[in-house]
Design a protein around this ligand. Structure first.
Ligand SMILES: O=C(O)c1ccc[n+]([C@@H]2O[C@H](COP(=O)([O-])O)[C@@H](O)[C@H]2O)c1
Ligand SMILES: Cc1cc2nc[nH]c2cc1C
Length: 349
């Protein structure tokens, strides 16, 4: 599929330079607003404008089921995936509350939960299958399925772009998906299952030991994938991770900045980065997840998290919680007075 490897848009160097110069003139000691300055400068370059903004935001949550759940790798039953999708749609989930308070547009994309829900407002049905296969026995997805799931993400980024979103947030829901994400980290970053495997939704020590074993076996089973990111995505799953991969790549191609959420969305970003390294320019990372392994992954990817609040929910919730920081960074950049405007004396030396 051609679009997967198409170039990302290029940050605008002129607006980057303008934004840097403006930050140096605002009434504060140089760099006193730290990372908030970097956020505003980066956004000005990405949005190619003098006044960056992340007021208009689309949150797309991709939901899907995982065959690997049969191996006892999650603390929660598989049915929770579909039940939480219903909860998102009814407004009762964390992301529902956050999206509403942020006035962000929220859509749920069913890319392959076991039993589809009926058509309703807020639900996009673009299924690549009914749950993935058990990756311990076979590839989680067929080649056709991975393309369908990538395409569902592509379509979500296109919707965000056509609705004039200024930022794209991807979320996910899928019981078992920390196993798939951990396989991708270990395979593509050469990290070990014993350091990368965590509790997910809340496994105890014995549960984590078993999950580590399962992940080790999945890695052995599909070792022939080598360093091929698309092959690993196909073998490990899941549909929602593939959809996130597609969404991130398409968003960057369209010139839409991306705010990553937690452990699973970062794994999708890893696959996307392997396919298109220039995606890096378009990524902001909201937080360090409490899921074991996320810190190592972030370090390996050279991403800078905005927050560390011990979150490990998913759904895009960490990104939603970090969004106000990005909004404040833009307001400060756009509305603070310069030294000249406010008649404040500049730095002596
Ligand atoms: O975002 C995170 O960092 C995160 C960390 C651990 C678990 N989750 C969520 O929990 C589910 C996967 O956990 P598990 O234990 O079933 O693999 C899935 O629905 C994720 O959204 C999310
Ligand atoms: C209740 C619940 C809510 C979630 N939201 C994202 N992943 C989740 C996993 C569980 C178990």
């Amino acid at each position: 599929m051609n679009w997967l490897v198409a170039s990302c848009a290029t940050p605008n160097q002129q607006f980057l330079a303008l934004a840097r110069a403006r930050q140096a003139q605002l009434t504060k000691p140089p760099q006193a607003l730290g990372t908030l300055e970097t956020i505003a400068i980066r956004l000005a370059g990405l949005q190619a404008c003098e006044q960056p903004s992340v007021e208009r935001v689309q949150i797309s949550i991709f939901a899907s089921d995982h065959g690997i759940v049969a191996e006892g790798v999650s603390a929660f039953p598989q049915a929770v995936t579909q039940q939480m999708v219903a909860n998102f749609l009814q407004g009762g989930a964390a992301i529902s509350v956050l999206a509403k308070s942020l006035q962000a547009s929220l859509e749920i994309v069913d890319v392959g939960i076991l039993e589809p829900l009926s058509e309703q407002a807020g639900l996009v049905i673009q299924r690549a299958g009914a749950g993935t296969a058990n990756s311990l026995q076979t590839a989680a997805m067929t080649c056709e399925q991975v393309q369908l799931a990538l395409q569902a993400g592509y379509a979500a980024a296109e919707r965000a772009y056509s609705h004039q979103a200024e930022l794209f947030i991807g979320g996910e829901m899928g019981i078992g998906n920390t196993t798939a994400a951990t396989v991708l980290y270990c395979a593509l970053l050469n990290l070990s299952p014993s350091t990368m495997t965590g509790a997910g939704t809340g496994l105890d020590a014995a549960g984590i030991a078993h999950k580590t074993q399962v992940i080790t076996q999945i890695l052995q089973r599909h070792a022939a994938c080598g360093q091929d990111a698309l092959a690993w995505l196909t073998c490990a799953g899941g549909f929602e991770i593939a959809a996130l991969t597609g969404a991130y790549l398409r968003a960057a191609q369209l010139g839409l900045p991306i705010l990553l959420d937690g452990f699973i969305t970062t794994a999708a970003a890893l696959v996307a980065l392997k396919l298109q390294p220039a995606l890096q320019d378009w990524l902001f990372l909201s937080h360090t997840s409490a899921e074991r392994g996320h810190q190592s992954a972030i370090t390996a990817l050279g991403l800078q998290p905005l927050l560390d609040l011990n979150l490990r929910l998913g759904e895009g919730s960490g990104a939603a919680i970090a969004l106000p920081i990005m909004r404040q960074a833009c307001l400060l950049h756009n509305q603070m007075a310069t030294f000249a405007e406010a008649a404040v004396a500049g730095k002596l030396r």
